[in-house]
Design a protein around this ligand. Structure first.
Ligand SMILES: Nc1ncnc2c1ncn2[C@@H]1O[C@H](COP(=O)(O)OP(=O)(O)O)[C@@H](O)[C@H]1O
Ligand SMILES: [Mg+2]
Length: 393
Protein backbone atom coordinates (compact mmCIF):
# COMPACT_ATOMS: atom_id res chain seq x y z
CA UNK A 1 0.00 0.00 0.00
CA UNK A 2 1.29 3.44 -0.82
CA UNK A 3 1.13 6.30 1.61
CA UNK A 4 -0.07 9.60 0.22
CA UNK A 5 2.08 12.68 0.51
CA UNK A 6 0.09 14.72 3.03
CA UNK A 7 1.62 14.32 6.48
CA UNK A 8 -0.71 12.59 8.90
CA UNK A 9 -2.90 11.31 6.11
CA UNK A 10 -3.06 7.54 6.01
CA UNK A 11 -4.24 5.49 3.12
CA UNK A 12 -6.42 3.52 2.96
CA UNK A 13 -8.89 4.65 5.59
CA UNK A 14 -9.10 2.67 8.78
CA UNK A 15 -12.42 1.17 9.86
CA UNK A 16 -14.53 2.58 7.05
CA UNK A 17 -14.90 -0.49 4.80
CA UNK A 18 -18.71 -0.55 5.02
CA UNK A 19 -19.06 3.14 4.19
CA UNK A 20 -16.61 2.86 1.28
CA UNK A 21 -18.47 -0.17 -0.11
CA UNK A 22 -21.70 1.79 0.04
CA UNK A 23 -20.17 4.72 -1.81
CA UNK A 24 -18.49 2.48 -4.39
CA UNK A 25 -21.88 0.90 -5.16
CA UNK A 26 -23.40 4.31 -5.67
CA UNK A 27 -20.47 5.37 -7.81
CA UNK A 28 -20.99 2.34 -10.03
CA UNK A 29 -24.65 3.15 -10.45
CA UNK A 30 -23.75 6.74 -11.30
CA UNK A 31 -21.26 5.41 -13.86
CA UNK A 32 -24.07 3.23 -15.21
CA UNK A 33 -26.24 6.31 -15.75
CA UNK A 34 -28.38 6.30 -12.62
CA UNK A 35 -28.32 9.33 -10.36
CA UNK A 36 -27.87 9.21 -6.63
CA UNK A 37 -27.34 11.55 -3.72
CA UNK A 38 -25.40 10.81 -0.55
CA UNK A 39 -25.55 12.78 2.66
CA UNK A 40 -22.39 12.29 4.72
CA UNK A 41 -22.87 13.52 8.25
CA UNK A 42 -20.65 13.37 11.31
CA UNK A 43 -18.97 15.33 14.08
CA UNK A 44 -15.97 17.57 13.39
CA UNK A 45 -12.86 15.52 12.59
CA UNK A 46 -14.72 12.24 12.17
CA UNK A 47 -13.46 11.72 8.61
CA UNK A 48 -15.96 13.23 6.16
CA UNK A 49 -13.20 14.76 4.04
CA UNK A 50 -11.18 11.56 4.21
CA UNK A 51 -14.16 9.59 2.97
CA UNK A 52 -14.93 11.89 0.04
CA UNK A 53 -11.25 11.93 -0.92
CA UNK A 54 -11.33 8.15 -1.09
CA UNK A 55 -14.49 8.40 -3.18
CA UNK A 56 -12.85 10.95 -5.47
CA UNK A 57 -9.93 8.58 -6.00
CA UNK A 58 -12.38 5.82 -7.01
CA UNK A 59 -14.15 8.26 -9.35
CA UNK A 60 -10.83 9.04 -11.05
CA UNK A 61 -10.16 5.32 -11.48
CA UNK A 62 -13.52 5.03 -13.24
CA UNK A 63 -12.63 8.13 -15.32
CA UNK A 64 -15.67 9.99 -14.02
CA UNK A 65 -15.62 13.76 -14.15
CA UNK A 66 -15.38 15.30 -10.71
CA UNK A 67 -16.38 18.69 -9.37
CA UNK A 68 -15.74 19.59 -5.76
CA UNK A 69 -16.15 22.68 -3.64
CA UNK A 70 -16.08 23.34 0.05
CA UNK A 71 -18.20 25.90 1.84
CA UNK A 72 -16.58 28.18 4.39
CA UNK A 73 -18.13 30.90 6.55
CA UNK A 74 -15.95 33.46 4.72
CA UNK A 75 -17.44 32.63 1.31
CA UNK A 76 -20.87 33.96 2.13
CA UNK A 77 -21.93 35.85 -1.02
CA UNK A 78 -24.93 34.43 -2.87
CA UNK A 79 -24.21 31.17 -4.74
CA UNK A 80 -20.52 31.13 -3.71
CA UNK A 81 -20.53 27.37 -3.15
CA UNK A 82 -22.14 26.46 -6.47
CA UNK A 83 -20.07 29.08 -8.25
CA UNK A 84 -16.88 27.43 -6.92
CA UNK A 85 -18.13 23.99 -7.89
CA UNK A 86 -19.53 24.69 -11.33
CA UNK A 87 -18.42 27.97 -12.83
CA UNK A 88 -14.71 27.96 -12.13
CA UNK A 89 -13.02 26.90 -15.35
CA UNK A 90 -9.48 25.90 -16.12
CA UNK A 91 -7.80 28.65 -18.17
CA UNK A 92 -8.60 28.43 -21.87
CA UNK A 93 -11.90 26.57 -21.42
CA UNK A 94 -14.76 28.68 -22.76
CA UNK A 95 -18.03 29.13 -20.95
CA UNK A 96 -21.26 27.80 -22.48
CA UNK A 97 -24.32 30.06 -22.91
CA UNK A 98 -25.97 28.93 -19.64
CA UNK A 99 -22.75 29.49 -17.74
CA UNK A 100 -22.30 32.95 -19.24
CA UNK A 101 -25.85 33.97 -18.39
CA UNK A 102 -25.37 32.62 -14.88
CA UNK A 103 -22.09 34.42 -14.37
CA UNK A 104 -23.71 37.74 -15.41
CA UNK A 105 -26.71 37.08 -13.23
CA UNK A 106 -24.54 36.30 -10.19
CA UNK A 107 -22.62 39.50 -10.79
CA UNK A 108 -25.88 41.48 -10.83
CA UNK A 109 -27.21 39.73 -7.72
CA UNK A 110 -24.02 40.39 -5.80
CA UNK A 111 -24.03 44.03 -6.85
CA UNK A 112 -27.61 44.24 -5.48
CA UNK A 113 -26.44 42.76 -2.19
CA UNK A 114 -23.46 45.10 -1.97
CA UNK A 115 -25.77 48.07 -2.45
CA UNK A 116 -28.04 47.04 0.42
CA UNK A 117 -26.68 47.92 3.79
CA UNK A 118 -29.06 45.52 5.51
CA UNK A 119 -27.57 42.25 6.66
CA UNK A 120 -29.12 39.17 5.07
CA UNK A 121 -30.41 41.26 2.18
CA UNK A 122 -33.29 39.63 0.31
CA UNK A 123 -32.46 38.73 -3.28
CA UNK A 124 -34.53 40.11 -6.09
CA UNK A 125 -37.19 37.41 -6.57
CA UNK A 126 -37.07 37.33 -10.34
CA UNK A 127 -33.28 37.04 -10.47
CA UNK A 128 -33.29 34.45 -7.70
CA UNK A 129 -35.81 32.28 -9.57
CA UNK A 130 -33.77 32.58 -12.77
CA UNK A 131 -30.56 31.62 -10.95
CA UNK A 132 -32.22 28.49 -9.55
CA UNK A 133 -33.47 27.61 -13.01
CA UNK A 134 -30.08 28.12 -14.63
CA UNK A 135 -28.15 26.19 -11.98
CA UNK A 136 -30.64 23.33 -12.29
CA UNK A 137 -30.27 23.34 -16.08
CA UNK A 138 -26.48 23.43 -15.79
CA UNK A 139 -26.40 20.54 -13.33
CA UNK A 140 -28.78 18.38 -15.31
CA UNK A 141 -27.11 19.12 -18.61
CA UNK A 142 -23.63 18.29 -17.31
CA UNK A 143 -24.69 14.62 -17.21
CA UNK A 144 -25.09 14.69 -21.03
CA UNK A 145 -21.32 14.64 -21.34
CA UNK A 146 -21.12 11.39 -19.33
CA UNK A 147 -21.52 10.42 -15.68
CA UNK A 148 -19.95 12.72 -13.10
CA UNK A 149 -19.56 13.32 -9.41
CA UNK A 150 -20.37 16.52 -7.55
CA UNK A 151 -18.93 16.83 -4.04
CA UNK A 152 -20.08 19.73 -1.91
CA UNK A 153 -18.24 19.74 1.38
CA UNK A 154 -19.22 21.35 4.67
CA UNK A 155 -22.62 22.54 3.50
CA UNK A 156 -23.37 23.55 7.11
CA UNK A 157 -21.32 26.64 6.14
CA UNK A 158 -22.91 27.09 2.70
CA UNK A 159 -24.36 30.42 1.61
CA UNK A 160 -28.19 30.36 1.85
CA UNK A 161 -28.65 30.93 -1.89
CA UNK A 162 -26.73 27.75 -2.76
CA UNK A 163 -28.83 25.81 -0.25
CA UNK A 164 -31.90 27.22 -1.93
CA UNK A 165 -30.78 25.71 -5.26
CA UNK A 166 -29.95 22.37 -3.65
CA UNK A 167 -33.41 22.20 -2.10
CA UNK A 168 -35.10 23.05 -5.40
CA UNK A 169 -33.06 20.32 -7.12
CA UNK A 170 -34.17 17.72 -4.57
CA UNK A 171 -37.78 18.30 -5.54
CA UNK A 172 -36.94 17.09 -9.03
CA UNK A 173 -35.20 13.93 -7.75
CA UNK A 174 -31.69 12.56 -8.41
CA UNK A 175 -29.87 13.88 -11.46
CA UNK A 176 -29.32 11.15 -14.05
CA UNK A 177 -25.68 10.19 -14.37
CA UNK A 178 -24.61 12.21 -11.36
CA UNK A 179 -23.51 11.19 -7.91
CA UNK A 180 -24.06 14.16 -5.63
CA UNK A 181 -22.30 14.06 -2.27
CA UNK A 182 -23.07 16.56 0.47
CA UNK A 183 -21.04 16.53 3.68
CA UNK A 184 -21.96 18.36 6.85
CA UNK A 185 -21.66 18.52 10.61
CA UNK A 186 -24.71 18.48 12.88
CA UNK A 187 -23.54 21.78 14.44
CA UNK A 188 -24.16 24.61 13.63
CA UNK A 189 -27.73 23.47 13.06
CA UNK A 190 -29.49 25.55 10.44
CA UNK A 191 -33.16 25.38 9.53
CA UNK A 192 -32.39 26.05 5.85
CA UNK A 193 -29.92 23.15 5.80
CA UNK A 194 -32.43 20.89 7.56
CA UNK A 195 -34.91 21.69 4.80
CA UNK A 196 -32.35 20.70 2.15
CA UNK A 197 -31.54 17.46 3.96
CA UNK A 198 -35.23 16.61 4.45
CA UNK A 199 -35.94 17.30 0.79
CA UNK A 200 -33.11 14.99 -0.32
CA UNK A 201 -34.15 12.29 2.13
CA UNK A 202 -37.65 12.41 0.63
CA UNK A 203 -36.06 12.15 -2.81
CA UNK A 204 -34.38 8.88 -1.73
CA UNK A 205 -30.89 10.13 -0.83
CA UNK A 206 -28.60 7.74 1.02
CA UNK A 207 -27.46 8.84 4.48
CA UNK A 208 -24.00 7.89 5.66
CA UNK A 209 -23.48 8.76 9.29
CA UNK A 210 -19.84 8.51 10.27
CA UNK A 211 -19.50 7.00 13.72
CA UNK A 212 -16.41 7.14 15.95
CA UNK A 213 -13.73 4.52 15.31
CA UNK A 214 -13.79 1.57 17.70
CA UNK A 215 -10.84 0.92 20.05
CA UNK A 216 -9.12 -1.50 17.65
CA UNK A 217 -9.39 0.87 14.67
CA UNK A 218 -8.21 3.76 16.87
CA UNK A 219 -5.03 1.85 17.77
CA UNK A 220 -4.60 0.73 14.16
CA UNK A 221 -4.73 4.33 12.97
CA UNK A 222 -2.17 5.36 15.60
CA UNK A 223 0.09 2.45 14.64
CA UNK A 224 0.09 3.61 11.04
CA UNK A 225 0.91 7.14 12.14
CA UNK A 226 3.81 6.13 14.39
CA UNK A 227 4.98 3.28 12.17
CA UNK A 228 5.19 0.70 14.93
CA UNK A 229 3.11 -0.90 17.61
CA UNK A 230 1.74 1.31 20.32
CA UNK A 231 2.89 1.12 23.96
CA UNK A 232 0.66 1.35 27.05
CA UNK A 233 1.02 5.07 27.81
CA UNK A 234 0.20 6.01 24.22
CA UNK A 235 -2.75 3.62 24.29
CA UNK A 236 -3.96 5.44 27.38
CA UNK A 237 -3.78 8.77 25.56
CA UNK A 238 -5.57 7.27 22.55
CA UNK A 239 -8.40 6.12 24.81
CA UNK A 240 -9.19 9.79 25.49
CA UNK A 241 -9.92 10.51 21.81
CA UNK A 242 -13.35 8.87 21.77
CA UNK A 243 -12.44 7.28 18.42
CA UNK A 244 -12.31 10.64 16.64
CA UNK A 245 -9.59 10.31 13.96
CA UNK A 246 -8.72 14.02 14.14
CA UNK A 247 -7.97 13.72 17.86
CA UNK A 248 -6.00 10.53 17.21
CA UNK A 249 -3.80 12.40 14.74
CA UNK A 250 -3.55 15.34 17.15
CA UNK A 251 -2.35 13.05 19.95
CA UNK A 252 0.34 11.50 17.77
CA UNK A 253 1.48 14.79 16.21
CA UNK A 254 1.66 16.67 19.51
CA UNK A 255 3.58 13.86 21.19
CA UNK A 256 5.94 13.67 18.23
CA UNK A 257 6.61 17.39 17.92
CA UNK A 258 7.25 17.65 21.65
CA UNK A 259 9.85 14.90 21.24
CA UNK A 260 7.86 12.71 23.63
CA UNK A 261 7.66 9.64 21.37
CA UNK A 262 10.21 6.94 22.00
CA UNK A 263 10.67 3.73 20.10
CA UNK A 264 12.03 0.59 21.73
CA UNK A 265 12.06 -2.83 20.04
CA UNK A 266 9.44 -1.66 17.54
CA UNK A 267 7.09 -0.42 20.27
CA UNK A 268 6.43 3.31 20.20
CA UNK A 269 5.36 4.94 23.41
CA UNK A 270 4.97 8.38 24.86
CA UNK A 271 7.11 9.64 27.74
CA UNK A 272 6.09 12.12 30.42
CA UNK A 273 3.14 14.48 30.50
CA UNK A 274 4.66 17.80 29.36
CA UNK A 275 3.41 17.32 25.77
CA UNK A 276 -0.20 17.28 27.00
CA UNK A 277 -0.21 21.08 27.33
CA UNK A 278 0.39 21.41 23.59
CA UNK A 279 -2.33 18.83 22.96
CA UNK A 280 -4.79 20.84 25.08
CA UNK A 281 -4.07 23.94 23.01
CA UNK A 282 -4.56 22.12 19.71
CA UNK A 283 -7.78 20.48 20.88
CA UNK A 284 -9.18 23.85 21.96
CA UNK A 285 -8.62 25.19 18.43
CA UNK A 286 -10.65 22.20 17.15
CA UNK A 287 -13.58 23.42 19.25
CA UNK A 288 -13.52 26.97 17.89
CA UNK A 289 -16.60 26.32 15.74
CA UNK A 290 -18.77 26.19 18.88
CA UNK A 291 -20.45 29.24 20.33
CA UNK A 292 -18.89 30.80 23.43
CA UNK A 293 -21.87 29.89 25.66
CA UNK A 294 -21.52 26.20 24.77
CA UNK A 295 -17.78 26.24 25.42
CA UNK A 296 -18.24 28.09 28.69
CA UNK A 297 -20.84 25.64 29.96
CA UNK A 298 -18.68 22.68 28.97
CA UNK A 299 -15.69 24.29 30.69
CA UNK A 300 -17.74 24.43 33.90
CA UNK A 301 -18.74 20.80 33.35
CA UNK A 302 -15.06 19.87 32.95
CA UNK A 303 -14.56 20.92 36.58
CA UNK A 304 -17.18 18.40 37.69
CA UNK A 305 -15.43 15.51 35.94
CA UNK A 306 -15.73 13.15 32.98
CA UNK A 307 -19.42 12.73 33.74
CA UNK A 308 -21.75 15.01 35.62
CA UNK A 309 -25.36 15.45 36.68
CA UNK A 310 -27.10 18.26 34.82
CA UNK A 311 -28.72 19.72 37.96
CA UNK A 312 -25.24 19.96 39.58
CA UNK A 313 -23.95 21.81 36.54
CA UNK A 314 -26.95 24.16 36.68
CA UNK A 315 -26.21 24.90 40.36
CA UNK A 316 -22.53 25.41 39.56
CA UNK A 317 -23.21 27.99 36.86
CA UNK A 318 -26.20 29.46 38.69
CA UNK A 319 -28.63 29.11 35.82
CA UNK A 320 -32.02 27.37 35.57
CA UNK A 321 -31.90 23.70 34.51
CA UNK A 322 -33.97 24.23 31.30
CA UNK A 323 -31.55 26.98 30.17
CA UNK A 324 -28.65 24.65 30.82
CA UNK A 325 -30.31 21.93 28.78
CA UNK A 326 -30.88 24.31 25.87
CA UNK A 327 -27.15 24.92 25.63
CA UNK A 328 -26.25 21.30 26.34
CA UNK A 329 -28.42 20.15 23.46
CA UNK A 330 -25.90 21.80 21.11
CA UNK A 331 -23.06 19.89 22.81
CA UNK A 332 -25.09 16.68 22.47
CA UNK A 333 -25.74 17.33 18.77
CA UNK A 334 -22.05 18.12 18.22
CA UNK A 335 -21.21 14.72 19.73
CA UNK A 336 -19.14 16.20 22.57
CA UNK A 337 -21.24 14.71 25.35
CA UNK A 338 -23.71 11.87 25.44
CA UNK A 339 -26.62 11.34 27.78
CA UNK A 340 -27.07 8.60 30.34
CA UNK A 341 -30.41 9.36 32.04
CA UNK A 342 -29.91 12.74 33.75
CA UNK A 343 -26.14 12.41 33.56
CA UNK A 344 -23.98 13.58 30.72
CA UNK A 345 -20.66 12.03 29.83
CA UNK A 346 -17.85 13.69 27.87
CA UNK A 347 -17.40 11.62 24.72
CA UNK A 348 -13.74 12.52 24.35
CA UNK A 349 -11.84 12.98 27.57
CA UNK A 350 -9.24 14.87 25.53
CA UNK A 351 -11.91 17.58 25.08
CA UNK A 352 -12.69 17.71 28.79
CA UNK A 353 -9.01 17.98 29.63
CA UNK A 354 -8.48 20.71 27.03
CA UNK A 355 -11.34 22.81 28.37
CA UNK A 356 -10.17 22.31 31.94
CA UNK A 357 -6.61 23.18 30.96
CA UNK A 358 -7.87 26.35 29.31
CA UNK A 359 -9.28 27.81 32.53
CA UNK A 360 -7.07 30.37 34.17
CA UNK A 361 -6.01 29.43 37.65
CA UNK A 362 -8.08 31.90 39.65
CA UNK A 363 -11.21 31.00 37.74
CA UNK A 364 -10.55 27.30 38.10
CA UNK A 365 -10.10 27.63 41.85
CA UNK A 366 -13.33 29.62 42.15
CA UNK A 367 -15.17 27.00 40.11
CA UNK A 368 -13.89 24.19 42.35
CA UNK A 369 -15.00 26.11 45.45
CA UNK A 370 -18.45 26.57 43.97
CA UNK A 371 -18.55 22.93 42.83
CA UNK A 372 -17.77 21.83 46.41
CA UNK A 373 -20.72 23.85 47.64
CA UNK A 374 -23.08 22.65 44.84
CA UNK A 375 -22.16 19.01 45.35
CA UNK A 376 -22.47 19.24 49.13
CA UNK A 377 -25.97 20.69 48.65
CA UNK A 378 -26.79 17.77 46.34
CA UNK A 379 -25.60 15.25 48.95
CA UNK A 380 -22.33 14.15 47.30
CA UNK A 381 -19.89 12.05 49.42
CA UNK A 382 -17.57 14.10 51.65
CA UNK A 383 -14.41 12.91 49.93
CA UNK A 384 -15.66 14.25 46.59
CA UNK A 385 -16.50 17.59 48.20
CA UNK A 386 -13.10 17.59 49.92
CA UNK A 387 -11.39 16.92 46.58
CA UNK A 388 -12.93 20.08 45.13
CA UNK A 389 -12.04 22.10 48.24
CA UNK A 390 -8.47 20.87 47.87
CA UNK A 391 -8.31 22.15 44.29
CA UNK A 392 -9.97 25.41 45.30
CA UNK A 393 -6.92 26.38 47.35
N1 LIG B 1 -10.93 6.32 8.78
C1 LIG B 1 -9.79 7.01 8.82
N2 LIG B 1 -8.60 6.38 8.70
C2 LIG B 1 -7.45 7.09 8.73
N3 LIG B 1 -7.39 8.42 8.90
C3 LIG B 1 -8.52 9.09 9.02
C4 LIG B 1 -9.79 8.43 8.98
N4 LIG B 1 -10.76 9.36 9.13
C5 LIG B 1 -10.14 10.53 9.26
N5 LIG B 1 -8.80 10.39 9.19
C6 LIG B 1 -7.82 11.46 9.36
O1 LIG B 1 -8.26 12.26 10.46
C7 LIG B 1 -8.19 13.65 10.18
C8 LIG B 1 -9.58 14.26 10.23
O2 LIG B 1 -10.38 13.73 9.20
P1 LIG B 1 -11.22 14.63 8.18
O3 LIG B 1 -11.62 13.75 7.05
O4 LIG B 1 -10.50 15.87 7.83
O5 LIG B 1 -12.48 14.98 9.12
P2 LIG B 1 -13.77 15.88 8.83
O6 LIG B 1 -13.75 16.25 7.39
O7 LIG B 1 -14.92 15.01 9.19
O8 LIG B 1 -13.65 17.05 9.77
C9 LIG B 1 -7.52 13.75 8.83
O9 LIG B 1 -6.15 13.90 9.03
C10 LIG B 1 -7.83 12.42 8.18
O10 LIG B 1 -6.87 12.05 7.24
MG1 LIG C 1 -13.69 18.12 6.44
Amino acid sequence: MSTSAEPGRTWPLVGRAAELDDLDDLLSSAAGGLGATVLVEGEAGIGRTGLVEALSASARLLSLALRTARATPERSEPYALLDDALLVHPPGVARGPVESELADLLEALRADVRRTTLRGAVLDEERRARAVELFAALLRRRGDGGPWVLVLEDVHDADPASLDVLRALAHEGPMPGALVVLTFRPVPSRPDLSRVVDAWVRAGARSVELRPLGPAATVELAQRLVGGSVGPALRGALATTGGNPRFVTDVVRCARSAGALESRDGVVDVQGAAWLTALDTVVRTRLAYLDADVLDLLAHASVLGTSFVVTDLATLVGCPVPDCWRTLRVALAAGLVHARADRLVFRHDVVRAALYGGLDEARRRAMHARAAWALREAGAPTQIVAGHLERAR
